[in-house]
Design a protein around this ligand. Structure first.
Ligand SMILES: NC(=O)c1ccc[n+]([C@@H]2O[C@H](COP(=O)([O-])OP(=O)(O)OC[C@H]3O[C@@H](n4cnc5c(N)ncnc54)[C@H](OP(=O)(O)O)[C@@H]3O)[C@@H](O)[C@H]2O)c1
Length: 261
């Protein structure tokens, strides 16, 4: 171990935005703790180690209390100062509310809301003791609108956005920075995993580049911004318009994009 290296904890880092963020931290000389629910996490860690840092994999289901607590105990057990934490893990669920299973919707809430609060609690206490730290919370552009046909997802991300802003205000007296990252649709496996291949979001050309999105989030954290919209100019413009567009109008627009064909 290089004792001078900083240390970052990232949730949901075996692929997608979590993995891209792991690369950015590693290139800046951070050792990285990475979690995922599948065996892919072990391969992803090897790729991060090739960047010359240490990387630690942890496989667990972030929808369970024990999965989140187990990852925290694993990271805390390294007996290192945690300089940064990326609360990234999150899922969506496409389809009609009347057709989706309640247990799948509650699982989404367990991962996106309960698990995020759980890990934030552990990380905030650790960083408060050290009187320093950076927390990047991955919310979504979906936090700024109702999301029919991903009915529970958007509200879970609105929770994350406002949670991050509130935490930021409370933790600034402890020298802890909190930044919320709000990506527009991005070309990861996210929509496929949500069963949304047969929607507007199933088409790669309608999505932002994950490397650009992750870089914008990373830079916002380094610049200690309260939040950042991530994606191209169209995405940023949409976020701006969402501040004044009536919720019913935004809901109708999103329904067109997310309704299965
Ligand atoms: N992609 C987008 O369009 C988009 C837009 C706005 C916001 N976001 C947000 O960005 C974050 C990352 O999404 P992404 O696009 O990178 O998604 P992704 O490609 O589906 O990746 C999700 C990551 O989370 C892990 N994961 C999924 N379920 C898990 C569970 N139950 N327990 C532990 N790990 C789990 C996956 O690893 P395993 O496969 O190993 O489980 C993977 O590493 C999410 O919070 C999402 O809401 C995404």
């Amino acid at each position: 171990m290089n004792a001078n290296n900083k240390f970052v904890l990232i949730t949901g880092a075996s692929s997608g935005l979590g993995f891209e963020l792991a690369k950015l931290f590693a290139k800046d000389g951070y050792d990285v703790a990475m979690s995922g629910s599948s065996d892919r996490i072990f391969e992803s860690v090897k790729l991060i180690e090739q960047l010359g840092v240490e990387a630690y994999p942890y496989k667990a289901d972030a929808s369970t209390f024990d999965g989140v607590e187990g990852y925290w105990n694993f990271v805390e057990g390294k007996n290192r100062k945690i300089d940064a934490a990326v609360l990234n893990v999150g899922i969506s669920l496409g389809g009609a509310f009347l057709e989706n299973k309640l247990e799948d919707e509650l699982r989404l809430i367990d991962i996106n809301i309960s698990g995020t609060v759980h890990m934030a609690k552990r990380v905030a206490h650790h960083m408060a003791k050290n009187k320093s730290g950076d927390i990047l919370l991955v919310s979504s552009l979906s936090a700024t609108l109702p999301t029919p046909y991903e009915t529970v997802y958007g509200p879970s991300k609105a929770f994350g956005f406002m949670f991050a802003e509130a935490l930021r205000e409370e933790l600034k007296t402890k020298n802890i920075n909190v930044t919320a990252m709000l990506p527009g649709a991005t070309n990861t496996e996210f929509h496929h995993n949500a069963g949304m291949d047969n929607t507007f979001f199933g088409d790669e050309k309608n999505k932002n580049d994950k490397t650009i999105v992750a870089t914008q989030g990373y830079e916002a954290l380094k610049n200690k911004l309260d939040h950042v919209i991530c994606g191209d100019e169209k995405t940023k413009q949409e976020a701006k318009e969402n501040r004044t567009t009536p919720e019913a109008v935004k809901a109708a627009r999103h329904a067109q994009k997310a309704k299965p064909e």
